[in-house]
Design a binder for this molecule. Structure first.
Ligand SMILES: [Zn+2]
Length: 424
């Protein structure tokens, strides 16, 4: 009897949430493409279009983002009552650009961005927020969407795809979509092999391994004219590839991202996905990963490591725990603020981070001594700063080139994200 009551108690809260989804949304994806422009002090948004995409891959039970890891956030509110129906936070290249030397000097630049929300069936307001210098969200832009009245585009192209590891319905799984970049028609066999290697690298690494029963991996099979990826940042020698990805993003050689997110939205739009990992057909070392934006990897000797490191950024909102390499962003985590990422802290609000996981015997901050080498602690040096920012363990996949070595704090962040994104 006790077990029965417990089971009923567990089931009860889910019924209203599911009903909430069906009352306001249908399980399809609405993509909002827009131009995000500005510099360190100013920013503006301009709508490109609304696009009706494929099946909704996100949860239908958890609709409000509990993490707020992103520097930007989108909210969907009922136009009639203003009640919050859906929210999701994310980062973008624009967030990084505005903290570079050029961005801080007031040089304005525009970025193509998109967000995806479940398809509303009632009139809604779509509100965009970004964090100010104190990391507090401020509302920047609002759109109205009325189903049946607001003009929407549809994707007409077919999108051929291969299921590499599909174990659950999209709403019950975390859906990763692998997208080929720089693969010509003659590279079809190589793409097949690289996508399989990538799926293996993901599923053999903790905590993906433990969540394999609810991780779907699909590979898009779209090929284009040229083989390889543009190497320079000038655009002069830009190759004709599916997504136009390029090294030297924001001036950093190894930083490889897709800048044309509108194109990415068109290429992937019919597939159900929670995150896109772009595999770039080049041997040159590089990659990138931005939370709820997209991640990239190249076919180099550290392939397995780069895959999961970049997914750390892209899926779990993890920060880099290293502090010695050159990056384009300056003062990315201003003094006196607590970084939103779950795996680094300035100790301004450490209680919100991993204090609950710490052994009380371990000192805070933790000295970089041999006795604490494998312990969970609070080690100085993280997030591109040698001083003032702290990481959870001496080494981790988010700090060093080590495959399958996420620290317990990073593992928990992934676990929480999978719990949130997958319906039970
Ligand atoms: Zn870590």
């Amino acid at each position: 009897m006790k077990r029965l009551i417990l089971a009923i108690l567990c089931i009860l809260p889910l019924i209203p949430v599911q009903a909430q989804f069906e009352r306001y949304f249908k399980p399809q994806t609405l993509c909002i493409r827009y131009l995000h422009s500005g510099d360190f002090n100013r920013q503006s948004y301009r709508l490109k279009d609304f696009v009706l995409q494929g099946q909704w891959a996100g949860s239908t039970q958890h609709l409000i983002d509990p993490f707020s890891y992103g520097r930007q956030k989108v909210e969907v509110r009922d136009a009639a009552t203003d009640s919050l129906l859906y929210s999701c936070s994310f980062n973008s290249l624009f967030d990084e650009y505005r903290t570079t030397k050029e961005g801080r000097a007031g040089k304005r630049k525009s970025f193509r961005e998109y967000v995806r929300i479940p398809m509303p069936i009632v009139p809604v307001k779509i509100c965009f927020y970004s964090r100010n210098a104190q990391f507090v969200y401020e509302k920047r832009w609002e759109l109205q969407f009325e189903p049946g009245r607001t003009k929407m585009k549809k994707i007409l192209d077919k999108q051929p795809c291969r299921s590499l590891h599909v174990v659950e319905e999209p709403s019950k799984a975390y859906d990763i979509l692998l997208v080929p970049e720089g693969y010509a028609f003659s590279d079809t066999a190589k793409w097949r092999k690289d996508a399989e290697r990538c799926a293996e690298a993901i599923l053999n690494c903790s905590p993906f391994k433990e969540n394999a029963y609810r991780i779907n991996i699909r590979a898009l099979c779209e090929f284009y004219v040229e083989s390889g990826v543009s190497r320079d940042g000038t655009g002069k020698r830009r190759k004709k590839t599916l997504l136009g990805a390029s090294f030297y993003t924001l001036g950093t050689e190894r930083y490889l991202m897709v800048e044309d997110m509108w194109r990415l939205a068109s290429v992937c739009g019919l597939m159900p996905y929670d995150h896109v990992l772009v595999i770039c057909n080049t041997r040159k070392y590089g990659g990138g990963g931005i939370y709820n934006f997209h991640s990239t990897v190249t076919d180099n000797r550290y392939f397995n490591y780069v895959c999961v490191h970049e997914l750390g950024h892209g899926i779990a909102g993890l920060a880099d725990e290293y502090y010695t390499s050159d990056v384009a962003v300056l003062d990315y985590y201003p003094e006196g603020t607590e970084p939103p990422a779950p795996n680094i802290t300035s100790l301004v609000n450490f209680d919100a981070k991993w204090r609950d996981m710490l052994d009380p015997e371990v000192p805070v901050p933790t000295p970089a001594e041999k006795q604490y080498e494998d312990d969970l602690g609070v080690f100085e040096g993280a997030g591109y700063c040698a001083k003032g920012l702290y990481r959870p363990r001496k080494s981790c996949t988010m700090k060093d080139i080590k495959y399958d070595y996420f620290c317990p704090v990073c593992q928990r962040a992934f676990q929480r994200m999978f719990d949130f994104c997958c319906d039970k």
